[in-house]
Ligand binder design. Structure first.
Ligand code: GDP
Ligand code: ZN
Length: 315
């Protein structure tokens, strides 16, 4: 047997494709029966982006009839999960070892709901996934809604996030985005209609036929519950396509934990009189003070309160 290390680039249930990133040489693999599953509460212990040790027979060919075997899944630096409901125990790992999650939003068409975005950002913080917010379709509203655009930058850059403006229509920001994701394993996510597929295809037109169309076509008749796949662009980035982000904003957090995942609140909370502090009614709460002083945005604080309230509904 010879051993190697590779990254999972496709997960079709029980069959996988691996590639020795940064090289792009996808080859088939299956899980070895006794591979220890570390994440036993998830429905898929091996996810796209996982680094694995694989084995192939000495000078044996690897093809669909003779796939490599995955003998070990290496520790993840981060990952993202999806839950079907807030109460469900089982989670599904969407992807692992993500260098950058690009969360695509549009302020209008469809109109953005900031609390929804904040939930996704909290998820990314919980699992240690770096985020860039991509404000797409700016051609449609930057002039008409200049104030909101400015507010959006203030709110999210103030919270510590990077915001890139793009327009697939005018091409603005596309080079920046393409340059930014070079050499990275990236996840593009966003509510349906914000222009996710258009953006990915603008970055690399050769992906046109693939990304966003992974749902049914070549899966029919197979017992797979989901399929995630990584693509390499001509510019040398590795894009993970995820079918939607429903449920990806759901994390089970204790009340006193939620504030830890709003980076700007975490910072201010060092000066709260009490620990833990829910930043609601406590005297000497530095977070509430920072909101009053305009150092933390009212919008983000409201999202936080919403999450606290939501959380108590499930108790
Ligand atoms: P997805 O559901 O997020 O993948 O969104 P699509 O890429 O399918 O785009 C949804 C619609 O928005 C399509 O009609 C696109 O042509 C349009 N669209 C995407 N990006 C832009 C943009 O930057 N500006 C304008 N005006 N329309 C866009
Ligand atoms: Zn406080």
């Amino acid at each position: 047997m010879t051993k190697g290390q590779a990254t999972v680039v496709k997960n079709a249930g029980s069959h996988f494709m691996l590639s020795e990133l940064p090289e792009w040489n996808p080859f088939p693999a299956v899980l070895k029966g006794k591979v220890r599953l570390k994440n036993s509460d998830s429905t898929n212990p091996v996810a796209v982006g996982d680094r694995v040790i694989y084995e192939v027979p000495e000078d044996g060919t690897v093809d669909l009839m003779h796939p490599a075997t995955i003998s070990e899944v290496l520790d993840r630096k981060n990952w993202l999960v999806r839950k079907s409901t807030n109460l469900s125990r089982q989670s599904h790992v969407i992807a692992a070892n993500i260098d950058m999650a690009y969360i695509i939003v549009s302020l209008y068409f469809p109109e953005i709901k900031l609390p929804f975005l904040d939930r996704i950002l909290v998820s990314c913080e919980v699992y240690g996934v770096p985020v860039t917010i991509v404000m797409n379709k700016v051609d449609l509203y930057r002039e008409e809604a200049a104030e909101y655009v400015e507010d959006f930058h203030r709110i999210y850059e103030g919270a510590g996030y990077r915001v890139i403006e793009t327009s697939v229509k005018t091409g603005e920001g596309i080079d920046t985005l393409r340059e930014d994701c070079k050499g990275k394993v990236c996840l593009f996510s966003g509510e349906s209609g914000v222009g996710k597929s258009s953006l990915v295809n603008a970055i690399d037109p050769s992906l046109d036929a693939k990304v966003g169309r992974i749902s049914t076509a070549h899966l029919q008749g197979k017992h797979t519950t989901s399929l995630y796949e990584m693509y390499r662009t001509e510019g040398g980035s590795y894009i993970i396509d995820t079918p939607g982000i429903r449920g990806f904003g759901l994390v089970s957090l204790k009340k006193e934990e939620i504030g830890l995942y709003f980076p700007e609140m975490l910072k201010a909370a060092q000066d709260c009189r009490f620990t833990p502090c829910t930043h609601t009614h406590e005297p000497g709460c530095a977070v509430k003070q920072a909101v009053e002083d305009g150092l933390i945005s009212a919008e983000r604080y409201n999202s936080y309160l919403g999450m606290l309230e939501e959380d108590s509904k499930f108790r």
